[in-house]
Design a binder for this molecule. Structure first.
Ligand code: BT5
Length: 254
């Protein structure tokens, strides 16, 4: 009998589901501050992956927290060594697409990408992406809400949070879900390396959550047109000016 703790992301639980380069080596801590810290500046090869069952200081962008009860979600970081001349913010969309596809594979529902770094299911944020650049390498962190109950999700977030469980009524084994996420991330990242965002544009554009919505970008009201082929968000402002936003904080009103 193996001593795999039920439902953990231990190496023994996850190894059977690691099919490609991503996930090797696999660094696992039952608890840590942030999986990002296990990889940033580590010099590990591309595809190296860090995962945990609980973060004590999980982080979002701009110093914001990422919160999830122990054992409830996917908390994973992957080391990437992208070509130096590439537009790195695109990697958040690459990872968001991989997370969306993994969610779709598990639930049978269509997930959407809320530019620049969220994955949405039925208008709730079910996953968030954090890309951190250090010495030419990028550590992409993915937090995916899997088995949290409604009460276990953070309340009062700017974009309402959901989990696969609250949105489908089902619980999901996390190890196969992680394997699926890593496999899809590898395939999509390889496509991006080869052909840039243009090659993935059909799949990203089809899942563009903000398209046509009334939004505010960094406080300014606008209507989102679409994610552009270069990864920027095209918006039409209140004064009917069309512009492309490079990065920013987007809230949607409807
Ligand atoms: C993100 O930031 O959405 C990126 C989250 C990345 C988390 C992963 S977990 C593995 C790796 N290790 C880390 O330490 N981080 C990465 P941002 O767009 O800034 O969103 C953060 C905001 O989302 C917070 O200020 C809250 O309002 C909200 N939030 C926090 N926890 C959440 C959750 N579990 N589900 C949905 N929203 C959440």
């Amino acid at each position: 009998m193996s001593a795999v703790p039920a439902g953990s992301l231990s190496p023994e639980a996850v190894a059977p589901y690691v099919r490609g380069r991503f996930g090797k080596p696999y660094l696992y801590e039952p608890e840590c501050e942030s999986t990002q810290l296990l990889l940033v500046g580590s010099g590990l090869p591309e595809g190296a992956t860090a995962a945990t069952d609980h973060q004590t200081a999980g982080r979002g962008r701009l110093g914001r927290p990422w919160e999830a009860p122990a054992g409830s979600s996917l908390l994973v970081s992957v080391m990437l060594h992208p070509p130096a001349d590439r537009h790195l913010p695109e990697l958040s969309l690459v990872a968001a697409l991989a997370a969306a596809e993994a969610i779709e594979g598990a639930t049978g529902l269509t997930a959407q990408i809320k530019w620049p770094n969220d994955v949405m299911l039925n208008r709730r944020k079910v996953a968030g992406i954090l890309s951190e650049l250090s010495e030419g390498t990028v550590v992409v962190g993915i937090g995916m809400n899997v088995n949290q109950s409604r009460e276990e999700l953070p309340p009062d977030t700017p974009t309402e949070a959901g989990s696969l469980r609250t949105l489908t009524g089902n619980s999901y084994e996390r190890a196969p879900l992680l394997g699926s996420l890593l496999f899809r991330l590898e395939r999509i990242y390889d496509g991006w390396r080869h052909g840039g965002l243009a090659d993935l544009y059909g799949e990203i554009g089809a899942r563009d959550f903000l398209r046509g919505r009334r939004i505010t970008v960094d406080g300014e009201e606008a209507t989102a047109s679409q994610i552009l082929r270069d990864g920027r968000l095209e918006v039409v402002t209140g004064s009917h000016e069309t512009r492309a936003v490079e990065s920013g904080e987007v809230l949607f009103t409807r």
